[in-house]
Design a protein. Structure first.
Length: 364
C-alpha cells in the first residue's frame, strides 16, 4: 500500500506525553464557576449542583496523558462524559477548570489565530455521523482541509487521490456521499482527517453507526493504518470489545469521572471495581493476556525441572494467550519467553497456561 507519509518515524514513546489532561472539569450552566466552587469545596453532589445551580457536571476532575504514537481509547456508556472530554482537546469545548497540554503547549493560552492553526494543521477529527458535504465529490471532501490551508487545487487533489488509495477507495473519487455505503462514507471521513497529515487524531465513535461486520472490518483497517502512520490517537467508544481490540491503553469513564486507566490486559485481568468488572465479563482473556504476565522465571523453572533443553521453542513476551496455547499444543513442551532483545526472560509450562485460562473463567 503506498504511503504519502514517508517522513513519519514516530514510535510510541513512554518517556514523554503528546497530550496531557490535568484536573479537567466541565460544568454546563450559566453559573458553572459558582457551581464548581461548591462541588469542590462543599462537596455537593451531581443532583445538588443541578437543583441549586441549574448546572450539569459533564467532566469531573479528569487527568491522563497520551504517549506519542499511542492509540488511547476512552470507553464509557452514553452520558459518561467521553465525547464531552475529547472535544476539550482541540477546544471545541472550553473547560470550566483544568489544563490541556499538547506537546507541552497549554492550549488554553492559545489566541484565536494559533488555535485555528492547531486545529487545521495538527489535529484531525473523525465523527460518528461522517459529516460529509453532500454537494462535494469524495475527492473534494477529502481535500477540504488542504483547501482551508490555502493549498493549490492541483496539490490538494493529488494528495487526496493518494489517500484514496490508502483507505482503499480507488475509483470512487468522483462519486458523491449518497452513492456510498456507510462503511465507505466513514472511510472518506477518515481520509479527510488524514489529508492534512495531522500529528493527532481525535476519533469520536467513528464506527458505532455501522453494522457489526463492517465495523470489525474498519477496525482492522484502522489498526493496519495506525501501524503504518503512527498517529497519536484519542479514540472514543462505548464498546469495550472495540477498545480492547484497537487501543494500547484504555480509560473507562462513568458519570464524568475516569474509573480506571490501563492496558487491555490490566483492565480485563484486574478491574478496579464492580462497574469495570461487569464490563469485562464478556472479554476473553485469550485476547488480552500476554506471555510476560504468566511466565515463571528461568531460575524457578530450572529449580523444579532441571536445566533448559537445547533449542527450545520461543515466543515474544507480548504474545497473546491464544497463540501460546496453539504453540504449546503443537510442541507439547514448555515455551521460553524472549524480550525485544531476544534475551530469554522466562518459561511458560502447560500448567501456567491452564492456570491462566482457569483464572479467567472464575466467576463467569
Amino acid at each position: 500500500m503506498p504511503s504519502i507519509f514517508p517522513e513519519i518515524k514516530i514510535k510510541m514513546d513512554s518517556s514523554s506525553s503528546a497530550i496531557k489532561i490535568e484536573n479537567v472539569w466541565k460544568v454546563f450552566g450559566n453559573t458553572s464557576k459558582t457551581a464548581l466552587d461548591a462541588i469542590q469545596n462543599q462537596k455537593i453532589s451531581k443532583n445538588e449542583a443541578l437543583e441549586k445551580y441549574n448546572s450539569v457536571i459533564g467532566v469531573s476532575d479528569v487527568s491522563f496523558d497520551v504517549k506519542h504514537g499511542e492509540i488511547f481509547c476512552v470507553m464509557g456508556l452514553s452520558g459518561s462524559g467521553k465525547s464531552t472530554l475529547v472535544r476539550h482537546i482541540n477546544r471545541l469545548l472550553e473547560p470550566t477548570s483544568g489544563k490541556i497540554l499538547i506537546n507541552d503547549q497549554d492550549v488554553m493560552t492559545l489566541d484565536r489565530e494559533n488555535l485555528q492553526e492547531l486545529r487545521n494543521k495538527k489535529i484531525g477529527m473523525v465523527f460518528q455521523n461522517f459529516a460529509l458535504i453532500p454537494h462535494r465529490s469524495v475527492v473534494d471532501n477529502i481535500a477540504m482541509p488542504l483547501e482551508i490551508r490555502g493549498i493549490s487545487k492541483n496539490d490538494r487533489l493529488d494528495a487526496a487521490n493518494k489517500i484514496l488509495d490508502i483507505v482503499e477507495l480507488q475509483g470512487w473519487g468522483n462519486k458523491f456521499a449518497h452513492e456510498l455505503s456507510g462503511g465507505m462514507q466513514q472511510r472518506v471521513g477518515l481520509a479527510r482527517a488524514l489529508a492534512a497529515d495531522p500529528e493527532f487524531l481525535l476519533m469520536d465513535e467513528p464506527f458505532s453507526a455501522l453494522d457489526p461486520l463492517i465495523r470489525r472490518q474498519l477496525q482492522s483497517e484502522f489498526i493496519k493504518l495506525s501501524k503504518q502512520m503512527k498517529k497519536t490517537t484519542v479514540f472514543i467508544t462505548h464498546d469495550l470489545d472495540e477498545a480492547v481490540r484497537v487501543g494500547h491503553r484504555i480509560a473507562i469513564m462513568r458519570d464524568g469521572k475516569v474509573i480506571q486507566i490501563g492496558t487491555p490486559e490490566e483492565i480485563v485481568v484486574s478491574p478496579a471495581d464492580e462497574y469495570v468488572a461487569d464490563f469485562v465479563k464478556g472479554i476473553s482473556r485469550l485476547k488480552v493476556v500476554q506471555a510476560k504476565s504468566i511466565m515463571q522465571s528461568v531460575e524457578a523453572y530450572e529449580k523444579k525441572h532441571g536445566k533448559l533443553w537445547d533449542d527450545p521453542e520461543s515466543v515474544n513476551d507480548n504474545e497473546l494467550l491464544s497463540k501460546l496455547i496453539e504453540k504449546s499444543k503443537s510442541k507439547n513442551k514448555p515455551l521460553v519467553v524472549k524480550n525485544s532483545k531476544s534475551q530469554i526472560i522466562g518459561v511458560i509450562t502447560q500448567a501456567d497456561l491452564l492456570k491462566a485460562v482457569i483464572e479467567g473463567s472464575d466467576g463467569e
